[in-house]
Design a protein. Structure first.
Length: 160
């Protein structure tokens, strides 16, 4: 074979290898959540959207695993999602019965990555409507004309 044949083969291999390297994700970013606050025990949901990129270019076809730090705070429907042509993936979070801060984590781990790419966002879960009195505190005797503090503690139907 002559030199031109080897040169053409080498160029062809470089052209095939370059796009494969460009498809390797190097960043994951939480773009948005559709809600900042949810109510414990409600049917409300929040959509968490992430963007997977390689040097600012979107990467499609990458699997993103979504997880919540504590199942008492809620769950994620379809926790494994593939990125679309724009490099975006979205999952729906449904609150559980506990109020507090739910941390939603998005993780990309694919062949060729030394470490998984992760991003997270906190969603606040508020208590539901008051349901019962959990405690009542006051001084049983007060001087006529005096004042006293009365403290009432209420909980929702889930104990929050």
């Amino acid at each position: 074979m002559n030199v031109w044949t080897y040169a053409c083969l080498a160029m062809g291999l470089l052209l095939f290898a370059a796009p494969a390297g460009a498809l390797m994700p190097d960043n994951i970013e939480i773009l948005s959540t559709s809600q900042e606050w949810l109510t414990a025990g409600s049917s409300d949901t929040a959509t968490v959207t992430v963007l997977v990129t390689n040097s600012s270019s979107p990467v499609s076809g990458v699997v993103v695993d979504f997880a919540v730090d504590n199942s008492a705070y809620g769950s994620i429907a379809d926790a494994r999602v593939e990125t679309d042509e724009a490099g975006k993936a979205a999952a729906v979070f449904k609150p559980g019965m506990r109020s507090g801060i739910a941390t939603i984590t998005a993780r990309v781990s694919c062949e060729g990555l030394d470490e998984p790419l992760t991003g997270s966002v906190d969603l606040s879960i508020d208590h539901a409507a008051p349901y019962a009195i959990a405690g009542l505190w006051y001084e049983s005797e007060v001087t006529a004309g005096g004042t006293t503090d009365i403290t009432v503690r209420v909980v929702d139907r889930y104990g929050n």
